[in-house]
Design a protein around this ligand. Structure first.
Ligand code: SF4
Length: 279
């Protein structure tokens, strides 16, 4: 049995909140640099240059890549041979968020949905907890800004809509989102499950490292096809035209009811932030 202390989780989550917001993840930076090399529009190239410069300044000065430092979303895999000592796991995560957003001078963006009163410390975090075999505790943090999250959708398609219906939904969603999610975007697509499961796997898919091939041989070409069609839309970096509307399309599937076809599209912006913690 592995023992992980409450205090160690607080400290690592605190540091991860700051690092994720200060440093553009390597896979995202590499994808923006690659797009800079292929973008045909001069304005598009200029904007990609500005995004890279902005990321370099943020890392050097230890300030946020974007003013919207996001909702702190966590995907946690808790091994069945891990014991948390000194407190509850979710409490430790929330305390880490509290400290990280305070110490990193990150904007506190979380409020009551009706009164709009700010909670003041960017908590509560959203924690998706999965129990897995083993003695490891994996915590993936993905701060998510509202600009891109607001452009995401869940649709309950008819089974007869099929693959063509799914493709149309994804492409129309990105077209309608336009400049709002600060393109180039990363598009997570969740197909199947129930309404909430589709949304969850769409977000999880979005966080797969950019440039990694989908292990499902049927999904990999579909991802490539959708990415090509999205980039043909001409929205371009920050919506000012160009070939680079999306850096990646990632798809995850789950079995669904014979009478339904849930599909979720979760869009992330060029400031796609993520940081993994492993105990
Ligand atoms: S969509 Fe992303 S880059 Fe744009 S404002 Fe929101 S967090 Fe910042």
């Amino acid at each position: 049995m592995k023992v992980v202390s409450y205090g160690a989780i607080v400290e690592k989550v605190r540091d991860a909140c700051m690092e994720a917001n200060f440093k553009l993840a390597d896979d995202v930076r590499a994808a923006v640099e690659k797009a800079r090399g292929t973008e045909e529009s001069p304005v598009g190239r200029e904007i990609l240059d500005q995004m890279l410069e902005n990321a370099a300044i943020a890392e050097r000065e230890q300030i946020a890549i974007c003013q919207d430092t996001g909702f702190a979303v966590f995907f946690v895999e808790l091994g069945d041979r891990v014991s948390i000592e000194g407190g509850l796991l979710v409490d430790a995560i929330n305390e880490g968020v509290r400290q990280g957003y305070r110490d990193g001078y990150l904007r506190k963006s979380i409020c009551h949905p009706l009164t709009r009163k700010n909670t003041g410390d960017n908590t509560p975090a959203i924690v998706h907890l999965e129990l897995v075999p083993g003695d490891a505790l994996k915590i993936l943090l993905a701060p998510k800004g509202a600009g891109s999250e607001n452009m995401s959708r869940v649709a309950m398609l008819k089974p007869s809509d099929g693959l063509e219906g799914i493709k149309t939904l994804v492409i129309d969603r990105v077209r309608e989102a336009g400049a709002n999610p600060c393109p180039p975007v990363i598009v997570g697509v969740g197909i199947g499950g129930t309404m909430e499961k589709a949304a969850l796997i769409a977000k999880k898919a979005m966080l797969r490292p950019i440039g990694s091939l989908n292990p499902d041989p049927e999904l990999a070409p579909l991802e490539a096809e959708l990415l090509g069609k999205i980039n043909d839309l001409g929205i371009g970096p920050q919506g000012l035209g160009g070939r680079t509307t999306a850096l990646a399309v990632h798809i995850e599937v789950f079995p669904c009811h014979i009478a339904s076809l849930p599909v979720a599209v979760n869009i992330n912006c060029h400031a796609s932030r993520h940081k993994e913690i492993l105990f």
